[in-house]
Design a protein around this ligand. Structure first.
Ligand SMILES: Nc1nc2c(c(=O)[nH]1)N[C@H]1C(S)=C(S)[C@@H](COP(=O)(O)OP(=O)(O)OC[C@H]3O[C@@H](n4cnc5c(N)ncnc54)[C@H](O)[C@@H]3O)O[C@H]1N2
Ligand code: MOO
Length: 395
């Protein structure tokens, strides 16, 4: 049995849940969350006619008589500027009524209280609302709040934002053979999935709530899956059919509804998506670390993105150059680097090795029976995934 088609499995994960409840949070706390409502301009941008250069606001034809000075932060000049007059003005200051342009210092010739120079009508004034009018929807719901979104929201007068709650993820790492430090002895391996997951979870829109490491024991796994302090439970390394692989049995014991039981892809075939009776999701990642990464990008990231209320990312495609072993029934996930507008496989892509993925810009999605058409890319690194996890707690 090959399992669910790769594209279909990702789509199942994408539609398995609903965005978590909207909540209003102060601006700076919204970073990384998705907007629950469109971002609306509470004021026009700019909010007033503002000087775009330091110089002189002038009215009518020159030479002009300088009648005062207005700087950024000063209130609006109380009177309209009469023709033939100029106000010395700072960038960002309110341009008085009656002024039709700003003459920059470097274009101006000043003699005592008089100034002259070549002007172009309307130049160097940022008109009220020229970027957007009050009430304009500037960003749709589902937009991820980046630093630029925060700055824009502040420009538009917001003190808080309505965002979707970020899903909390609990991670259960299984395997009696796993070590967390030092050189592994024969029969032991360093846990390579634990260090990889916080950044992947964060980049996908979730927050790591806790991690536990357990031996291969069904009742311990069932106990871990009963924890209610997360929205999504990730189980690593118990997906297969071996005597030490207990995820399927544990899900049966808990009466879980299994939505994806294996995916027709290499690597990552034994991955799994299920829902527990209380509503929490379970994602099973295969123990082989590269297979775990593939499963994270196939099932976990789309699920978290949806729960976080993020709009589905637009597919990025590129021509795939270089030799790729295709499969007639299975999708292959191949680490690639960008070379110009194409991508090239980097090799080192055995299920147990992260070398290829660590050297790559993306995983190329090579469909069954690939005919040489452009392939979809799953990006591998984002600055967001490099920020430290907010809550990494061993339980
Ligand atoms: N009879 C079958 N055997 C296997 C099948 C199958 O279909 N039938 N599938 C193979 C594939 S494909 C994979 S992938 C693995 C998945 O196995 P599990 O998810 O049950 O994981 P384990 O058996 O515990 O471990 C597999 C492998 O990965 C190492 N591992 C586990 N966890 C980690 C970790 N956190 N960091 C680094 N390495 C880890 C573990 O030591 C094993 O070498 O099953 C195949 N077998
Ligand atoms: O597909 Mo396994 O997931 O080859 O490593």
């Amino acid at each position: 049995m090959d399992g669910t088609d790769w594209q279909q499995a990702r789509q199942f994960a994408r539609i398995a849940g609903h965005p978590l409840g909207p909540t209003a949070v102060p601006l700076t706390a919204a970073i990384g969350a998705a907007l629950a409502t469109p971002l609306v301009a509470l004021s026009p941008l700019p909010a007033y006619d503002a000087a775009a250069m330091d110089g002189y606001a002038i009215a009518g034809q020159g030479p002009w008589r300088i009648v005062g000075r207005v700087l950024a932060g000063d209130p609006e000049p109380p009177h309209a500027l009469p023709g033939g007059c100029a106000l010395e003005i700072g960038t960002g200051a309110v341009v008085p009524a009656g002024a039709d342009s700003v003459l920059p210092y470097e274009r101006a010739t000043r003699q005592g209280r008089m100034v002259s120079g070549e002007i172009e009508s309307g130049r160097h004034v940022r008109r009220r609302g020229e970027d957007c009018a009050a009430g304009t929807e500037v960003l749709p719901a589902g937009t991820v709040v980046t630093p630029a979104v925060l700055g824009l929201a502040a420009s538009l007068g917001h003190d808080s934002l309505a965002v979707h709650r970020r899903p909390l993820v609990g991670v259960v790492i299984t395997g009696a053979e796993l070590r967390n430090t030092g050189l592994p002895a024969p029969g032991q391996v360093r846990d390579a999935i634990g260090p990889m997951l916080p950044g992947l979870i964060r980049a996908a829109g979730g927050d790591l709530a806790w991690t536990v490491q357990i031996a291969d024991d069904r009742s311990t796994l069932v106990d871990a899956l009963r924890r209610h302090d997360s929205d999504v439970l990730v189980v690593c390394g118990a997906t297969s059919a071996g005597a030490g692989d207990h995820l399927r049995g544990a899900l049966e014991a808990l009466d879980a509804r299994v939505m994806v039981r294996g995916v027709a892809c290499r690597p990552g075939h034994p991955q799994l998506l299920a829902r527990l009776p209380g509503g929490r999701f379970v994602v099973g990642l295969p123990g082989n670390p590269f297979a775990a990464l593939v499963a994270t990008l196939t099932l976990l990231a789309p699920l978290l993105g949806r729960l976080a209320g993020r709009a589905a990312p637009a597919a990025v495609t590129a021509p795939l150059a270089g030799p790729v072993a295709t499969h007639s029934r299975l999708t292959r996930l191949v680490p690639v680097v960008r070379i110009g507008s194409a991508v090239l496989p980097v090799g080192h892509d055995r299920p147990g090795s992260l070398w290829g993925a660590a050297s790559a810009d993306a995983l190329a999605v090579v469909p069954p029976g690939w005919d040489g058409a452009e392939v979809e890319l799953l990006p591998l690194s984002s600055v967001e995934s490099l920020t430290p996890a907010t809550a990494l707690a061993a339980a």
